[in-house]
Ligand binder design. Structure first.
Ligand SMILES: [Zn+2]
Length: 93
């Protein structure tokens, strides 16, 4: 994984990680900018379900996204897809 260094805004890469639970992972990052050298940790977690799994596991409870949230995500994805199409060579004005 990559993450932007909060200090110099260059890319930082995961050096190692560990699971704290089946829904949460702690990651250790190191900035790739040699003159910065910042090392830091982040948490990554399963936040919400967008589409229920075909093989649900007993005991795993992840909140379901609301219809409004799904609608917002669809709108955002369509907007990004349109932006990407506009960035393709030959398609810009
Ligand atoms: Zn940095």
């Amino acid at each position: 994984m990559a993450f932007t260094c909060p200090h110099c805004e260059q890319v930082s890469y995961t050096r190692t990680s560990r699971y704290l639970s089946n829904l949460t992972q702690e990651e250790y990052f190191q900035c790739s900018n040699l003159t910065c050298g910042h090392t830091f940790t982040t948490y990554r977690y399963v936040r919400e379900t967008l589409c229920p799994p075909a093989l649900p596991k007993a005991g795993v409870s992840i909140p379901m996204a609301t219809k409004q949230r799904l609608s917002e995500l669809q709108h955002e994805l369509r907007r990004k897809k349109l932006e990407n199409q506009l960035e393709l060579p030959g398609l810009t004005a």
